[in-house]
Design a protein. Structure first.
Length: 123
């Protein structure tokens, strides 16, 4: 399946993804026939099949274990990045009250421009 990353929002509906799938001719014929017999469009039949598959997999203990392992890895990665940023900042940011922190050159704490060091406010 090749995902189409264009989101087409219909007013009042959530954005949807468009997928293109390749089916064997026999599989397509059976899908089409079953959908007709069930008074469904092929699209609705596919959506129902996907919903059922997702629900089945969601209840799988093996999938739950894999999902927890991925979540644990994300947490470890986030902790590592937090530590790297804290080391980069040297902990000074946490000790300095927000009102006393020096704004980046060219900006005041309120977001308005301040004169760069070595220039006057009137230049």
């Amino acid at each position: 399946m090749a995902p189409n990353h264009d989101l087409s929002a219909v007013p009042g509906e959530a954005a949807r993804k468009t997928l293109a799938i390749r089916l064997e001719a026999e599989q397509h014929a059976q899908l089409t026939m079953i959908a007709q017999l069930e008074d469904l469009t092929v699209t609705d039949a596919i959506r129902q099949a996907i919903d059922g598959w997702i629900e089945e997999r969601r209840n799988s203990s093996q999938l739950q274990e894999r999902a927890q392992a991925v979540l644990d890895e994300i947490e470890r990665d986030a902790a590592s990045k937090r530590g790297a940023l804290a080391a980069l900042l040297g902990g000074a940011e946490e000790k300095t009250p927000a009102s006393r922190r020096k704004a980046p050159m060219g900006f005041s704490p309120q977001g308005t421009a301040r004169p760069k060091e070595g220039t006057s406010a009137t230049s």
